[in-house]
Each structure stands twice: as C-alpha cells, then as structure tokens.
Design a protein around this ligand. Structure first.
Ligand SMILES: Cc1ncc(COP(=O)(O)O)c(C=O)c1O
Length: 349
C-alpha cells in the first residue's frame, strides 16, 4: 500500500522539464505541431463549433476508431486524451488497484485522489523491468500498466499482459505509445475480454497534446461503467474530427512510416549513448524514448540544461532515482546534438 508516499512527484511531467528555449528531449511528442493535412481538417471543422456535437458525430468517430482496431463502434469510448481515461477509473469502484511501476504516474494520482486503495508492483531493473504477471497481488481487482511503458521503453509481450486477466478484475493497458511500435505486435486493442480496457491516444503520434484526444476500447458494459459520471457532450467537435481523420488509411500509413523511422533513429541513438562512459541504456527499448542510468545523473541533467538541452528527470517515477534520465528519440540531426551535449558534460565530470 502506498498511502505514505508523497503524491507531488507523481504530478511531475516532461513538459515542466522542457522549458522554452531548450532543445526538448524531455517531452515524447513526435511533432511540434500537427501535420498540415490534419491542421487543415481541424480548421475546416471550426464551422461545426456553432452547434453541439450530435450523437451521429460521436458515432462516426467511434466507428472510425473501431474499424481501425477490428471492433464495433459500441466498443469505443471517446476521451479527452488517455488522461481522461485514468480519471474515470474510480467510477469502476475498485477495492484495490495495482499499479505496475515504473510507469506513467497519472493513473496512480487519479486513483489515490479519489480515495481508491493502491498498491505498487515494482518491476525489477535486474530483469530489464519486464512484466511478471505473478507479481501482481491476486486480490487486486484493477491493474494498470503501460505498453510500451513510459519511462522504461519496455514492450511487454501481449501473452504476459493477458495472464493478468481474471474474472472480477479489470486490466487497463495504457497504449498511448502503441502506435509508435511498427505493426503494434503486442497491442491488445483488438482483443475482446470483459475485463480488458485499452486506452489509446492521438497525442504522441500526431503532435496533438493541446487538443486532448484519445479513446478507450472495451466491452460496451465496461465502457458504460466507466462513463457513468461524465457530463453530456464530453467530447468537442474538433476531437471528433481528429479521431476520424487519424483513423483514415492515409493517416495509418503515415503513422506506420513514422513508427519505422522511430525504430531506425532509436537504434542509432542507442549505439551512440551506450558508447559513452558512465551511461547505461535500458534495453531492449521499443518506444520513442530511452531510459538511461547515468552516473551523477542530477549534475548531468543540470549541465545539459546549461548547454540548452532538456531531458526528463527520472526520479519522480516510482522505483527510479536521481541517476535515471529519460530522453526522447528525435531525428538523427537532433540526436547528434544530444549525444554531443552528453559527451561534453561527461567529459568534464
Ligand atoms: C504513457 C502515457 N500515457 C498517457 C499519457 C497521456 O496521454 P494523453 O495526452 O492522451 O492524455 C501520457 C502523456 O504523457 C503518457 O506518457
């Protein structure tokens, strides 16, 4: 049980590390703004703001997301970002929530703020932070994990995640970064199970953190329980348009190309960073960011900042310490600037 833990570090996110003017390796959003075709779609939808979003608009966006994952429209609940999905979890009235860490901290914040009893399942660095379904207490009726996981970049096998499923338990898989993995081999987005809830986000792939767009996939019964306390018109017309646009074949092809690019760029960055003295990279990494363990991490982070480079502190993630840093994978030109800054700082250490 973790009621004794301080909540404040859990509220820290990379956007705070990425002060303006710094070269941003702290935030894991692919683009600094949505692509031109998507901005045009959103601009064209501005006229829709003159009326309330209709049930038909909502159904069309749900149908688009459902088709993408081989599901039915009533198995999709549109969200103001995956973050809204976490905030709705207390509506499931769990008795004990198990949070698999190190991981994105918003689910824990949402559950604890609502007074839900929470236990942390700490994955083992010696085992590469891999999921061990056995480590999750049997009495947990809600389990939350990320796949791929922020900040470790670990992609858990779908079969291991499925081992968490039990009658009477809801397993929430945060797949906010799933579309950055080519082919999404371990995604459970298409899997129908009464206790499985998958959260997806448009934020990372499409440069849309300011829009707040995502959706949940689950059985209609589970989604109805989740949505119990939502207001009428919870999702605005621009989000509905973004979901439709980002699920079209052209967008999916672009997303798949971007995922392949991330893989190539990440491999290059891993090779450079592992060659630096005093830097360990958590491997294998499958997301568009890397978790590093760096000797004197706090000093290194401060000196990188002095050189104009922002990286994400790791110590606010449960189970990590001051020597842990998370860096985003960018294009080779920017990655080279990161490596150079590290080299300069470590050379002085
Ligand atoms: C792992 C993970 N899940 C979910 C989110 C939130 O996503 P959204 O912007 O869709 O609310 C983030 C944002 O940083 C994240 O890192």
């Amino acid at each position: 049980m973790s009621s004794e833990h301080d909540q404040d570090p859990l509220r820290h996110h990379g956007d705070v590390d990425a002060e303006s003017g710094l070269l941003d390796f702290a935030v894991n959003v692919r683009l600094d703004r949505p692509p031109a075709w998507l901005r045009q779609r959103l601009a064209a939808a501005l006229d829709d703001l003159g009326r309330y979003p209709s049930a038909a608009d909502d159904a069309a966006a749900r149908a688009a997301a459902a088709a993408r994952h081989g599901r039915d429209a009533d198995e999709v609940l549109l969200l103001a970002g995956a973050a809204e999905g976490f905030s709705l979890l207390p509506s499931l009235r769990p008795r004990l929530a198990a949070l698999v860490h190190p991981s994105f901290t918003e689910p824990e914040v949402a559950l604890r703020t609502a007074g839900v009893a929470v236990t942390r399942v700490q994955l083992d660095p010696a085992d590469g932070y891999r999921l061990d379904a056995e480590a999750v207490p049997e009495q947990a009726d809600l389990v939350v994990l990320g796949n791929p996981t922020n900040p470790t970049s670990v992609l858990h096998p779908a079969a291991e995640v499925e081992r968490l499923l039990r009658p009477g338990r809801v397993v929430v898989v945060d797949e906010a970064f799933a579309d950055t993995v080519p082919g999404e081999p371990e995604s459970l987005a298409g899997r129908r199970d009464p206790g499985l809830l998958v959260l997806r986000s448009l934020t990372k792939m499409w440069g849309l953190p300011g829009l707040r767009a995502g959706y949940a996939l689950g059985t209609p019964e589970l989604l109805a329980r989740l949505a119990r306390t939502r207001p009428h018109w919870p999702i605005g017309s621009l989000v509905l348009e973004a979901v439709r646009a980002c699920c079209e074949p052209g967008a999916l092809a672009e997303s798949e190309r971007a995922a392949a690019e991330f893989t190539a760029h990440r491999d290059g960055l891993v090779a450079e960073l592992t060659a630096l003295p005093g830097v360990e990279v958590v491997l294998p990494a499958r997301a568009p960011f890397l978790l590093l363990r760096v000797d004197g991490g706090e000093r290194v982070r401060a000196e990188l900042r002095e050189r104009g480079v922002a990286v994400r502190r790791g110590d606010t993630f449960p189970g990590l310490g001051a020597d842990h840093l998370r860096v985003a994978v960018r294009d080779p030109e920017h990655n080279a600037l990161l490596v150079k800054a590290f080299r300069d700082v470590l050379g002085r250490g």
